[in-house]
Design a protein around this ligand. Structure first.
Ligand code: PMP
Ligand code: GLU
Length: 414
């Protein structure tokens, strides 16, 4: 990683005596999305006019009716420990949500609420994986999958995809990667960072393949469900023949602009839910009581309450694509969901500006930060060293200025 990110937690910790840290921690990398966001905050504090498009977080505020539910929860004294897997009424609301939005039957007992989908994924990893197990993660993958799998001592197996295949993994690729150590496959649809969305047919084909391997589980991360521009969201658990092998992960962070509330959840066969409840009972207990009541209000509401935000994201996607299309050398994908674009930037590799040479996507990201004052995230963090990620969860005005800076800065490279 470029030495400007030298103030990472990884490097700060490298000064610590090695034997004071666990092997698990020594093997772990800091989240690059969070590291880049931290770096841009630090540069801003130094007075630099940085535009940060590095973090995947809606810029909207949480809708008022959800905030009101949280205030009411405090007044009604929802302030005690909650059941470990979440309040029964929240698990019921999630069960109803799955029926209403996804045509999926999950009983409340099959649902576990956790402190964000990140925590949900950590529960899955440490409850179900052993050292030596392999987990297939089609690349580009969300940055934390790789490290959360490693925490359990398991091995993430990245499967590279290209922009020409819309960053979607083929059944043949998955098949070729399966070994007798493969325990799971993790993917997100809509995908962070590519914005790609798997169609019902594509999911069906993947499901058919995995059904041939009853010991392999699918972790289907659907946290961007409400930010999809393709119409109805498709869940892989809809195919009955695979449902017992699927863990459906979701949360309120993205669709309801509730990143700070920290509510994520899973639905799965009961034995998996029970395993995660046991793990969570020793780590965190039930998550925040007030946030649970807020999430309940969000999930009980008509899902159309998310559509204004989705429309704004779709409009911004059009803006970003049209402005970026004008930048020579960027190869753009056409994201169908989430709020990221993930252009291939290989045409800049080997180019220079004075003393600076761009050898890879990380160099380009640091160059754009220092020279262009725009913070993006290197594709290397997502397992794709040819690309960079831009989050368009920002106003049209900010996006226009940021892309103008990117264009002007890239034009300096020869
Ligand atoms: N999955 C994906 C694909 C994500 O982009 C994120 C980012 N926040 C998460 C899971 C975790 O979300 P949270 O912990 O905020 O629920
Ligand atoms: N998931 C978001 C992202 O990809 C939030 C940051 C994080 O938790 O990594 O940027």
């Amino acid at each position: 990683m470029n030495n400007q990110l030298s103030n990472t937690l990884d490097n700060q910790l490298s000064n610590t005596l090695n034997n004071q840290l666990s092997n698990t921690l020594n093997n772990l990398s800091e989240s690059q999305t969070l590291a880049m966001t931290r770096l841009s905050r630090e540069l801003k504090a130094e007075g630099k006019d940085i535009i940060s498009l590095s973090i995947g977080e809606p810029d909207f505020d949480t809708p008022q009716f959800i905030k009101d539910a949280a205030k009411k929860a405090i007044d009604e004294n929802y302030t005690h420990y909650t059941p470990v897997p979440g309040y029964p009424e929240l698990r019921e609301a999630i069960s109803q949500k799955f029926k209403r939005d996804n045509d999926l039957d999950y009983t409340p007992e099959q649902i576990v609420v956790s402190t964000g989908a990140k925590h949900t994924l950590a529960n899955i990893s440490i409850s179900l994986l052993n050292p030596g197990d392999q987990v297939i993660i089609p690349a580009p993958y969300w940055v934390s999958y790789h490290e959360i799998i490693k925490i359990a001592g398991a091995t993430p197996v990245g499967l590279p995809t290209t922009i020409d295949q819309d960053f979607k993994v083929s059944v043949a690729q998955i098949k070729a990667a399966i070994t007798d150590k493969t325990r799971m496959i993790w993917f997100s649809t809509p995908c962070n960072p590519s914005g790609s969305v798997y169609s019902k047919d594509e999911l069906h084909d993947i499901a058919q393949l995995i059904a041939e391997y009853p010991n392999i589980l699918i972790v289907s991360d659907e946290i961007y469900e409400h930010i999809s521009f393709t119409g109805k969201h498709e869940s892989i658990a809809q195919f009955d023949f695979i449902k017992d092998q699927v863990i459906t992960v979701n949360g309120v962070s993205k669709g309801f602009a509730m990143t700070g509330w920290r509510i994520g959840y899973l639905a799965a066969p009961k034995w998996i839910a029970d395993a995660c409840i046991k793990m969570q009972g020793q780590f965190t207990s039930g998550t925040c009581s007030i946030a649970q009541k807020a999430a309940q209000a969000a999930l009980e509401a008509d899902p159309s309450c998310t559509s204004e935000m989705r429309k704004s994201f779709e409009k911004r996607r059009e803006l970003v694509l049209s402005l970026m299309n004008d930048i020579p050398g960027l190869k753009l994908n056409n994201p169908k969901g989430a709020f990221y674009v993930f252009p291939d930037v290989t045409s800049y590799f080997g180019k220079t500006d004075g003393e600076t040479t761009i050898n890879n996507a990380t160099d380009l990201t640091m160059y754009l930060l220092n020279k262009g004052l725009v913070a993006l995230v290197t594709g290397e963090a997502f397992g794709d060293p040819n690309c960079i990620r831009l989050s368009y969860a920002a106003s049209e005005e900010v996006l226009t200025e940021a892309i103008k800076r990117i264009k002007e800065t890239l034009a300096l490279l020869h």
